[in-house]
Design a protein around this ligand. Structure first.
Ligand SMILES: [Cu+2]
Length: 107
């Protein structure tokens, strides 16, 4: 079958159109009293997993209300995940060491 130039262009446009959003998985490491990366930008629906790679327990808790993100103390090697469905900027911290802070930007 031969496509007209216009049809060919439209097919190309369809091919190049953004793929439907599917869930992103983003990892944040906790090490040496630091969330790394300290700020992540994701699309709505992304799942973020924090893993404690430090020698002491840490938590991941929303700095703002409501505290949708509220992990138990994570021991070394333990993880906590949350799906971010709604666009916004979410600040979080470690409730055991409040100077440890991070941000999730959901687009
Ligand atoms: Cu901590």
């Amino acid at each position: 079958m031969r496509l007209s130039p216009r049809a060919a262009l439209m097919s190309l446009a369809l091919l190049l159109a953004p793929l439907p959003a599917f869930a992103e998985n983003v990892a944040v490491s906790i090490d040496n009293f630091t969330f790394t990366p300290a700020e992540v930008t994701v699309t709505a629906g992304a799942k973020i997993t924090w893993t404690n790679n430090d020698d002491i327990p840490h938590t991941v808790v929303d700095a703002d209300n409501p505290k949708t993100t509220k992990s138990p103390p994570l021991d070394t090697g333990e993880s906590y995940s949350r799906v971010f469905d709604k666009p916004g900027t979410y600040h979080y911290f470690c409730s055991l060491h409040p100077h440890m802070q991070g941000t999730v930007v959901v687009r």
